[in-house]
Write a protein that binds this ligand. Structure first.
Ligand code: NI
Length: 188
């Protein structure tokens, strides 16, 4: 029987979240496989859409995320693990959107991200993944890779007036949002 564990999530203020994480030396190591399984359990339990190893107090370049362009497509998916990931933006086009973070519970903020990116990294069996992403998919990957460089989403915000408690998000909603409400529950 394989026992999986729900890990404790580091919160903003813990030094591990502002360090630069180290590359994973052997992606196929049993220890890495176990960490990925535990991180997947932790992310699902916390209802997150992404999780980076530093968030569970492991300063390694390893991320998990749901690889879909919108929340509806994310339903029921298993997280994808990416080791030593790298990102390249397609062009300079930025998109602003609400983000949350499991390490900053209860808050949301508006963050500009590259609209379209290419990313690559290694899989648990030593293979290489190379993909293109846009929408929420691109946003989540950029958010998670930032964690590996010690960057939390408020550090990317041009306007801190748009940093808010979830419970106060209603004050940011415009008329059109009320017709088609945000789904501001993303917590990478
Ligand atoms: Ni986060």
């Amino acid at each position: 029987m394989v026992w999986m564990a729900i890990l404790k999530i580091a919160r903003m203020g813990h030094p591990v979240l502002v360090q630069r994480a180290q590359p994973v030396e052997d992606p196929s190591a049993e220890e890495v496989r176990r960490l990925v399984a535990d991180m997947a359990e932790t992310m699902i339990d916390a209802e997150g859409i992404g999780l980076a190893a530093p968030q569970v107090h492991r300063s390694l370049r390893l991320i998990l995320f749901l690889d879909a362009e919108d929340r509806a497509e994310m339903q029921g998916r298993r997280p994808l693990a990416l080791i030593n990931p790298e990102i390249e933006p397609f062009d300079d086009t930025l998109e602003s959107g609400w983000e949350g973070c499991l390490s900053i519970p209860g808050l949301r903020g508006v963050v500009p991200r590259y609209a379209r990116i290419g990313y690559r990294g290694l899989t648990l069996d030593g293979g290489t993944i190379e993909r293109e992403a846009q929408g929420l998919h691109a946003r989540v990957v950029q958010h998670e890779v930032d964690h590996l460089d010690g960057i939390l989403y408020p550090m990317r915000m041009p306007d801190l007036r748009e940093l808010t408690f979830e419970t106060e998000l209603k004050y940011f909603m415009t008329q059109s949002d009320e017709e088609e409400p945000h789904e501001p529950a993303d917590q990478p």
